[in-house]
Design a protein around this ligand. Structure first.
Ligand code: HEC
Length: 250
């Protein structure tokens, strides 16, 4: 399959441009950002097309396998900080389009230190086979974008083992010193009384209906991601959120 870099550029844009890889000093997704935790230390790799220090020598299929399965060309498993669980939902076409867009990122030389993990990451098998082509409209389109853009990373609560509690999908969760609100249409959530147009408008502009601008982590997601959605896609997300089974916030 051959990817279309222009269409892939849209996927890149609405999923926040692979922001974790963005190196502010170099002004490009040339990696180097450090993530530390009980798992050890992970450095975001250089994903520009430099053949030595980036992914310029990878084929589109190599990139697709890294995106959707979390495996490098040598077969080793990437740490799940890389959101391959979300990206495993990408349709074949969108995955190849995104790979083609990544291949077009101008090469930036930046050698990133090797990650130091306390244990090798577990192999990952996606729960379901992604579609050949993504849904194009309506609730299915909204569900697709929410899965790929990983909205659940903040809005879905986690169980005791740290894994997302899928029975409470998008039902809201504490986040640093704030809360990622409940996105299901439960009577206790804003989604229950906002119209689809109001929700879409918020995702496109970052301004609540009363004129207040959004702040904090969601501002980053809107500025670097959802503000670039087409109006139709923003509405599809709103339709999907309104269609979710209502779950009470905890
Ligand atoms: C990095 C964490 C994070 C991610 C990822 C994220 N959100 Fe949010 N979101 C938040 C936070 C925090 C708020 C609350 C903002 C505030 O208090 O003004 C919020 C607020 C919202 C609201 C307003 C809800 C209300 O009650 O008014 C909507 C709608 C929303 N997010 C949708 C999304 C969608 C759709 C995605 C995926 C494209 C997404 N969010 C991804 C953290 C996140």
């Amino acid at each position: 399959m051959v990817g279309d870099p222009t269409r892939g550029g849209y996927i890149f844009a609405i999923t926040t441009g692979c922001g974790c890889h963005f190196n502010r000093d170099l002004g490009a997704p040339a990696g180097g950002n450090k993530f530390e935790g009980p798992f050890g230390v992970v450095y975001a790799p250089n994903i520009t097309s430099d053949p030595e220090t980036g992914i310029g020598a990878w084929s589109e299929t190599d990139i697709v396998n890294a995106l959707r399965l979390g495996v490098r060309p040598d077969g080793s498993q990437l740490h799940p900080i890389m959101p391959y669980m979300a990206l495993s939902n990408l349709s074949d076409q969108d995955a190849y389009d995104l790979a083609a867009a990544l291949k077009q990122l101008p090469p930036v030389v930046n050698a990133v230190p090797a990650s130091e993990l306390t244990a090798p990451p577990a192999p990952f098998t996606p729960a379901r086979t992604p579609p050949a082509v993504a849904p194009t409209e309506g609730v299915e389109r909204g569900a697709y974008i929410v899965a790929v853009a990983n909205c659940g990373r903040c809005h879905t609560p986690r169980g005791a083992n740290g894994a997302p509690d899928m029975a409470r999908f998008l039902a809201g969760a504490p986040l640093q010193d704030t809360i990622a609100p409940n996105l299901t249409p439960h009577a206790s959530s804003n989604i229950s009384f906002l119209t689809e147009e109001q929700i879409a408008n918020f995702l496109l502009t970052g301004i609540y209906d009363d004129g207040t601008p959004v702040e904090g982590p969601m501002k980053m997601i809107i500025d670097n991601g959802t503000s670039r959605l087409t109006e139709a896609d923003a509405l599809a997300i709103a339709q999907y959120l309104k269609s979710l089974p209502p779950v009470a916030s905890e």
